[in-house]
Design a protein around this ligand. Structure first.
Ligand code: ADP
Length: 251
């Protein structure tokens, strides 16, 4: 694992923080619900064990969300400086139960992926948002492809980046919708289903890391949302930062 560092905190208003937590918690409940449904129809002992592990992981992530609420107002919080290839693979696997039963998910993560400058749990919630959108946009036989690849350093000295993409073969978007998806509270979903906060939240997260988000979509063909993160600089991977009060409970 990569070292933990102190995030000075991205402080929204209390209202913004609680809305984003509620949004992520709803997505997490979908993961838990999906896991329980899989468990109901699974008799194979090994497969059941895997589902149990994922369910436990989802519950731990719920604790991270309540922590996010409680942390609000505290001066700083611990988080990982970056996400390794192995951590990303685990996070992506843990997304599976959030999808409908008929949706197929393919994962293509480059084996020598650079560490991504983002906290693994925050990355998980961002990808969960994108997967739930992709799942909602596809019908029976939907395909979601999650890929992660290094983006080469450019000759002009531009640092290496890592691109993580969630692609689907769903409904796609009209140009009008594409132009508005990052607006907070913009949704085309029914009241009570969509909050319109997902993509706004994901964009804010990527930009906080010094990256950016790209959207490609074609009506009737599908959508790809790409998150471009800076590569974690080697010196940061090498130099662990210690928690000032020595509290190791949040690891
Ligand atoms: P919500 O999912 O709550 O509506 P988002 O900000 O995540 O909020 O998404 C805003 C809107 O963008 C959605 O209501 C939908 O119209 C559109 N959208 C997002 N992702 C996709 C996708 N993968 N395919 C088609 N439309 C999408």
């Amino acid at each position: 694992d990569l070292p933990v560092h102190i995030d000075p905190g991205t402080r929204g208003s209390g209202d913004e923080v609680s809305k984003s937590v509620v949004h992520d918690m709803n997505n997490l409940l979908a993961v838990i619900d999906g896991g329980l449904r899989l468990l109901e129809h699974q008799n194979d002992a090994d497969a059941r064990k895997t589902i149990f592990t994922r369910l436990r992981g989802a519950i731990e992530k719920g604790a991270i969300l309540t922590r996010r609420l409680l942390d609000h107002g505290s001066p700083a919080r611990r988080c990982y400086a970056g996400t390794t290839q192995a951590q990303l693979s685990i996070a992506v696997e843990a997304l599976r139960p959030s999808l409908s039963r008929d949706t197929v998910m393919e994962i293509e993560i480059e084996s020598d992926l650079w560490p991504v400058k983002a906290d693994p749990d925050e990355l998980y919630f961002a990808l969960l948002n994108l997967c739930r959108n992709a799942d909602a946009a596809t019908r029976k036989g939907g395909l979601i492809v999650i890929s992660a690849a290094n983006v080469a350093e450019r000759p002009d000295g531009y640092g290496g980046m890592v691109a993580i993409t969630v692609g689907d073969n769903g409904s796609g978007m009209t140009e009008e919708v594409m132009g508005r998806v990052f607006e907070p509270y913009f949704t085309t979903k029914e009241v009570g289903v969509g909050t319109g906060l997902g993509l706004a939240q994901v964009r804010a997260f990527v930009e906080r890391q010094g990256g950016w988000i790209q959207l490609q979509s074609e009506l009737g063909v599908g959508t790809a949302v790409q998150l471009i993160f800076p590569r974690l600089p080697d010196e940061e991977s090498a130099a662990p930062v210690r928690e000032p009060n020595g509290d190791d409970s949040f690891s």
